[in-house]
Design a binder for this molecule. Structure first.
Ligand SMILES: [Zn+2]
Length: 80
């Protein structure tokens, strides 16, 4: 099975934090975070943001979450 890329991780992070990933996806996600300090930090930031927002449904439409997603996508683009 191929490793998850940083880009794929960004796309999956809200599903991950909602517990919506399949066990296989979740294992790949965890493996990537364990080896990628940038994504580790990002996932923690996102987890905190979502906890503070008290969010449940439709995370990506929330400005604080979508802003963080955009910031991370931009960050990865400038470093790839
Ligand atoms: Zn990464």
């Amino acid at each position: 099975m191929e490793d998850l890329s940083c880009q794929e991780l960004v796309e999956l992070v809200t599903d991950y934090l909602e517990g919506a990933l399949s066990p296989a996806q979740r294992a790949r996600f965890d493996a990537h975070v364990a080896e990628c300090p940038g994504c580790d930090t990002y996932v923690e930031q996102m987890r905190t943001t979502i906890a503070l927002a008290g969010a449940s449904a439709d995370l990506e439409s929330r400005p604080e979450v979508s802003g963080l997603l955009e910031a991370f996508r931009g960050w990865k683009r400038t470093r790839s």
